[in-house]
Design a protein around this ligand. Structure first.
Ligand code: UD1
Ligand code: CA
Length: 464
């Protein structure tokens, strides 16, 4: 059984939001820890202890099918385990404890810890590591038998103990029976009134039980997050890890140190990410695509061979195979760009479908529109989709040609192969193959300039 402690406030974050709901690598801390636990066991065997902002924390991970325990008052890590006891006991051996603010821990390291505990005679095994700067962490006091004698919290440590660089990761594996007996004997700390889970070690020792240590050389994995500086450091590590994974899978990343790729993003082989690209949320990029410099894609699907030129902002959209977007295109939620379509600079699309091989190459707003195949949208075309109260749809059938600077007042339908004269304000449906001209006819007034100038001084002078 795995228990994840996630009930704490996270005072040192100085935030209105619970610490485990802060994001690193594009996912909340609690999601990282739960997802790692799910690689070890089934969701019914994972218990998350919630308390501070319990509903919000629960909502983040409930979809994964894990269980929850409730710690009404946050009286320390030991107290959190006491609150989870009834739900943990039926599951028996072993009990793996994880902290919700330690998101980098990997599955292989946890498996090593479980194996070490299974092989040891000890009642528990503590995952430790050596840090150059151990500030803030609990220090490991070793016993003569090589195991752990006690863990002393930074705040309670004397000068000699502060010099110890081996720290408690907050990840442990216990044999349940001796563990619960020892936890029952843990008393609250006089200063803070908190029950420290770390005090269990001393209690186990006092009861004659052994406690082993597994020291991991990969100290980066056990970094805990208590403040925003540590959050940024962990975010960077997660992003480096993700970018290396993608490169190993055949993605070219130019200046990888500038890429921001969230944990759940997928990118296909032979795709290229130019510098400063951000791929966020559940974005999926197919194979052989190019994502231009400084483009930001959120929850977006990019199909194979598509090209996004620099400086595009795309959210919750689908970019079809072989299409070309940008530079400077904004694509808002609900938009689908079909195969081979082109969208150019300063074009904004919202909740719009642009059909196969259609083009909107410059300066347009297309909102709530259904646009067929082979359509040409001229520069400056605007769908007027909002009447001040409601949004209306614009339908443009295959091969329509919309001249530059057209104003399409929705609701509106343009028929197949129709043609809209440049500068038209179109308010009525246009039948297939028709030409619509919705502007006043041009008038030329002969000699107008000369007549207008007549009262001028120059004109009043006698001709020489
Ligand atoms: C803890 C350890 C410390 C270790 C460090 C590793 C204790 C007493 N100390 O210190 O030895 O080096 O982690 O990162 O355990 N939580 C609850 N309920 C509570 C209090 C905390 O669920 O009442 C949860 C928090 O949400 C958090 C985790 O437990 O996810 C750790 O709590 P935190 O206060 O950050 O412990 P540290 O002071 O970092
Ligand atoms: Ca912590």
């Amino acid at each position: 059984m795995v228990v994840i402690l996630a009930a704490g406030l996270g005072t040192r974050m100085k935030s209105a939001r619970a610490k485990v709901l802060h994001q690193a690598g594009g996912k909340t801390l609690i999601e990282h820890v739960v997802d790692t636990a799910l690689r070890l066991t089934s969701p019914e065997r994972i218990l998350v202890v919630v308390g501070h902002q319990a509903e919000a924390v629960r909502e983040k991970v409930a979809g994964r099918g894990v269980r929850f325990a409730w710690q009404a008052e946050q009286k320390g890590t030991g107290h959190a385990l006491l609150c989870a006891r009834n739900q943990l006991e039926p599951f028996g051996d072993p009990l793996l404890v994880l902290y919700g603010d330690c998101p980098l821990i990997s599955e292989p390291t946890l498996r090593r810890l479980l194996d070490a505990q299974a092989e040891a005679a000890a009642a528990g095994t503590v995952l430790t590591t050596v840090l150059a700067d151990p500030s803030g962490y609990g220090r490991i006091l070793r016993a003569p038998d090589g195991g752990v004698a006690a863990i002393v919290e930074h705040k309670a440590a004397g000068p000699e103990q502060l010099a110890i660089r081996e720290i408690n990761s907050g990840i442990y594996c216990f044999r349940p029976e001796p563990f619960w007996r020892a936890l029952d004997r843990v008393r609250p700390h006089p200063a803070s009134g908190e029950y420290y889970l770390t005090d269990v070690i001393e209690q186990l020792r006092a009861a004659g039980e052994g406690v082993a240590a597994l020291m991991t050389p990969d100290s980066g994995e056990v970094l805990g997050i208590n403040n925003r500086i540590e959050l940024a450091a962990v975010d960077r590590l997660l992003r480096e890890r993700k970018v290396r994974e993608l490169m190993a899978e055949g993605v070219t990343i130019e200046k990888p140190e500038t890429a921001t790729v969230d944990a759940d993003v997928q990118v296909g082989m032979d795709s290229v990410l130019e510098p400063f690209v951000q791929l966020r949320g559940r974005t999926v990029v197919g194979s052989n695509c190019r994502i231009g410099a400084a483009s930001i894609l959120d929850d977006t699907v990019v199909e194979q061979d598509a090209e996004i030129l620099p400086f595009c902002v795309v959210a919750s959209a689908t970019i079809g195979a072989g299409s070309r977007i940008g530079p400077f295109t904004r694509i808002r939620p609900g938009t689908v760009i079909a195969e081979g379509a082109h969208v150019g600079n300063f074009v904004e699309l919202k909740n719009t479908r642009l059909g196969k091989r259609s083009k909107a190459n410059h300066l347009a707003y297309l909102g709530d529109a259904e646009i067929g195949a082979g359509v040409n949208i001229g520069a400056g075309t605007i769908t007027c989709n909002f009447d001040g109260e409601k949004k209306h749809r614009t339908t443009i059938a295959d091969r329509a040609f919309v001249g530059s600077n057209s104003t399409l007042v929705a609701p509106l339908e343009l028929g197949e192969d129709c043609y809209i004269g440049a500068g038209s304000v179109v308010t009525h449906a246009v039948p297939p193959e028709a030409l619509a001209v919705g502007r006043s006819r041009q008038v030329n007034k002969e000699g107008w300039r000369r007549k207008r100038r007549a009262p001028n001084v120059a004109d009043a002078l006698p001709h020489s």
